[in-house]
Design a binder for this molecule. Structure first.
Ligand SMILES: Nc1nc2c(ncn2[C@@H]2O[C@H](COP(=O)(O)OP(=O)(O)OP(=O)(O)O)[C@@H](O)[C@H]2O)c(=O)[nH]1
Ligand SMILES: [Mg+2]
Length: 349
């Protein structure tokens, strides 16, 4: 009997032991199996914003279609000789609508009244507008011996500074220059990302820093590296906003001073203005002109506005040459400003 009990106890102990051992094994087992993972995405980094495609061939006529449309009514005036009061009024209305501005419009009307229109109103107006562009508008990529030429871009936020730098980087690259981009807009991280996309796209070098870094240091660093590598030109981006406009202008002056110290030399300071803002662009310009040695204006977004006459107002009122105009978002949508071609696009047949 005792033997039977002992045998039974042994069986029970063995059975319980087996169950416990199996449970433990089950609990440990999962770590031996490779964890299942989510499938890896094909693209680890996606672009934050699409890069505009290279534009198809375009004509200035097409791109300035809205501004050109405003002048349709002038084109419809027939006859030669002295202008009637109605005709002068119509010309005045059209000039104001295209944002030539009050002062410039009255000067143009005075000239029209005085000269008349021996070959028709369109020809007379075309002549007066063409003659109003007298500034020297060449740009330079030359600096003193041993210095690196720097083009500095300034302007309020959203006007098109970074896009213009991208377009110009492509242009310089195509002309055989090795370009360095300086991401001097450290106000927000996305600004440097945007410039980096343009650097990749245009085969340019870039120096960038973290958000909040000192813009002067970034530009200084970019110039140092450009000099060490023997590059031909630095295009320096700047922020379009700060807590207030005084801070912004102070910061730009600082960046300018740094960029103009050897081995750098600022050879162009380009104020970027958005044509769609019309006369507002003029008041912005006055603030910037007072603070920084602007050598030329880039007028962007002329493709999207009927206010093309602002070009005339800018040159007459500010006496600063418009050097480039933006006529679209694509990398090739920037043209060297040529007054005759511009006026002909507005007023030509
Ligand atoms: N239609 C048109 N759009 C333009 C032109 N130039 C720039 N843009 C657009 O304007 C917007 C603002 O351009 P950005 O280059 O980012 O302007 P930004 O001055 O650098 O702006 P911040 O960095 O905020 O100071 C973008 O959507 C550009 O694609 C142009 O000539 N025509
Ligand atoms: Mg920008």
């Amino acid at each position: 009997m005792i033997v039977l009990y002992v045998a039974l106890a042994i069986v029970v102990v063995l059975a319980v032991g087996t169950i416990v051992w199996r449970r433990r094994r089950r609990r440990v087992a999962p770590s031996l199996v490779a964890p299942t993972r989510a499938a890896m995405p094909d693209l680890l980094v996606s672009e934050t914003a699409p890069i505009p495609s290279i534009a198809d061939e375009f004509t200035l006529h097409d791109r300035l279609a809205s501004s050109r449309g405003v002048f349709d009514r002038v084109r419809s005036i027939s006859g030669t000789g002295e202008l009637s009061a109605d005709q002068l009024e119509l010309v005045e209305e059209v000039l104001l609508r295209s944002d030539v501005g009050v002062t410039t419009t009255s000067t143009v009307l005075e000239e029209l009244r005085a000269k008349g229109a021996p070959d028709g109103v369109v020809t007379a107006l075309r002549g007066i507008l063409r003659d109003s562009f007298t500034a020297e508008r060449s740009t330079t990529t030359r600096a003193d011996a041993g210095r690196v030429p720097v083009w500095l871009f300034v302007g309020v936020n959203g006007v098109g500074k970074t896009t213009t730098i991208g377009k110009l980087a492509k242009r310089h690259h195509d002309e055989g220059r090795a370009v360095m981009l300086a991401a001097g807009d450290t106000f927000r991280a996305a600004a440097a990302d945007q410039l980096e996309q343009w650097a990749t796209r245009t085969g340019s070098d870039i120096v960038r820093a973290n958000e909040g870094a000192d813009p002067g240091s970034v530009v200084h660093d970019a110039i140092g590296r450009a000099s060490a590598r023997g590059l031909d030109l630095v295009l320096a981006d700047t922020a379009g906003r700060r807590a207030n406009s005084t801070n912004l202008l102070d910061e730009l002056s600082k960046v300018r001073r740094v960029a103009d110290k050897a081995p750098g030399q600022v050879v162009e300071t380009l104020l970027v203005l958005d044509a769609t803002t019309g006369q507002n662009a003029l008041s912005q310009a006055r603030e910037f002109l007072a603070a920084s040695g602007v050598t030329g204006i880039v007028l962007t977004k002329l493709d999207g506005t009927a206010r093309g006459g602002i070009v005339v107002a800018i040159e007459r009122d500010l006496a600063i040459p418009v050097k480039f105009v933006g006529v679209g978002e694509g990398v090739d949508d920037l043209i060297v400003f040529e007054p005759d071609a511009f006026v002909d696009s507005l007023l030509g047949a």
